[in-house]
Design a protein around this ligand. Structure first.
Ligand code: ADP
Ligand code: MG
Length: 390
């Protein structure tokens, strides 16, 4: 789904209040009744609220839903995007929005700039854009949940990703610096790099192989297994050290990370290891003489005093949240091999339009999945900066 910021400059203060009210109302209501929107927004005079509602619906930030009992509105992904962007703008994290660089199965990746002109990455989690339709059992489970589950799960994914990146970055692991999270989005350092998957040959495959295996082991020693340690989630950055250029791997994409206490920890650990082994053999014709690394050995060197899984849980990403997210990720099978970058071969580019939520009877107005916008949405960076600062 394209992030279309063109309407952002036209929103009035009251529009923002109403949009925020719909978001708040959706915590307890699948469809937020109009009187409740009015009440939460705290705006006097009915017609003002109705005007805001209709202009928000017109640009697809909220959508009208006809429920059996009453009519009301729900927040769309577009609406949630605007709220998150506005939060990042207000806290001076994001100044302007640039091009989309990645389209994952369940995320969109954009370049943004900070107020001082630094390049950053904005990752918008979009859980459920494909999976709700394809995984029936999962969808039924999600339907029984309270409010718009895509929103809840996408928030969880962003919160979890940010929480893990924060501790990993602090502990010196090679991950992008996390800068902020809001709702379903994370802002992080931009890594000027290529995904491993786009690299055909490297001077010393054995060296990089050993570094990656060491990373898997070091993570486990601190209580963590990445769970999707593959050529899409390892970025390769060139660094100049003296007169030499070295290749530095940077690990990304953490929503599926699990604790080494997880019931299937060994399975996930072995899968991460096998993934690199297989890739090295296939792509670089390299097979290590050394067996392993093995989960049991990694745990022997574990630092039980400084477990990052325990720290993250204590910091607010609770067991229950972890379980909710895990249930979804397990049902949909992670993103092994599902991401692509704009610079990549684009084989998944057709997924962009598949963002509807299959939610039954509703009137989308201008619609969040407005394919008509796709063609002309290549708005220049400068224009987007304008959009965000009017
Ligand atoms: P997904 O969950 O959709 O797989 P990822 O976090 O793996 O999302 O990001 C998808 C792609 O976006 C990556 O393969 C990479 O090309 C690009 N990307 C993500 N984060 C960064 C970053 N911090 N710096 C540079 N590129 C990034
Ligand atoms: Mg990925």
């Amino acid at each position: 789904m394209k992030l279309d910021t063109r309407a952002i400059r036209y929103l009035t203060g009251d529009d923002w209040r109403v949009l925020t009210a719909v978001e708040q109302g959706s915590k307890n209501h699948e469809v937020v009744p109009t009187p409740l929107i009015q009440q939460i927004a705290g705006l006097r005079g009915g017609s003002g609220v109705h005007k805001c509602i209709s202009s928000l619906a017109k640009v697809g930030l909220i959508a009208k839903v006809k429920n059996a009992r009453y009519d009301g509105y729900r927040l769309t992904y577009g609406g949630l995007d605007y709220l998150a962007l506005n939060a990042h703008r207000k806290s001076n994290v994001v100044f302007s929005l640039g091009n989309q660089i990645g389209v994952g199965k369940e995320s969109d990746i954009y370049i943004t700039a900070s107020p001082d002109g630094r390049q950053q990455v904005l990752k918008l989690h979009r859980l459920g854009r494909i999976s709700f339709r394809t995984v029936k059992a999962n969808r039924d489970y999600l339907r029984k949940r309270s409010t718009g589950s895509w929103m809840y799960l996408s928030r969880l994914a962003a919160q979890k990703e940010h929480a893990f990146m924060r501790v990993l970055y602090r502990e010196g692991f090679s991950v992008p610096e996390p800068l902020a999270w809001s709702r379903h989005t994370v802002v992080m350092e931009f890594i000027d790099s290529f995904p491993l998957r786009m690299i055909d040959s490297i001077p010393d495959p054995g060296k990089l192989y050993a570094e990656l295996m060491d990373m898997i082991v070091q993570l486990a020693r601190r209580g963590l297994i990445h769970g999707d340690f593959n050529e899409f989630n390892i970025l390769i950055k060139e660094e100049t050290v003296g007169d030499k250029i070295i290749l530095k791997p940077v690990l990304i994409d953490f929503p599926q990370t699990v604790s080494t206490n997880h019931a299937n920890a060994q399975y996930y650990f072995d899968r991460d290891v096998a993934c690199i082994k297989r890739y090295w053999e296939r792509r670089f014709k390299y097979v290590s003489d050394e067996p392993g690394p093995f989960f049991g050995d990694a745990l022997k060197g574990a630092d039980s005093e400084r477990r990052l899984d325990v720290e993250v849980e204590a910091s607010g990403f609770s067991k229950k949240m972890g379980k909710d997210l895990e249930r979804f990720i397990e049902a949909t099978g992670g993103d092994q091999g599902e991401s692509s970058t704009k610079a990549d071969d684009g084989e998944h580019a057709d997924e962009q339009g598949e963002d509807e939520e299959d939610e039954g009877d509703e009137d989308d107005g201008a619609g969040e999945d407005d394919e008509g916008l796709e063609e002309d949405s290549q708005v220049e960076d400068a224009q987007l900066a304008d959009d965000m600062h009017d």
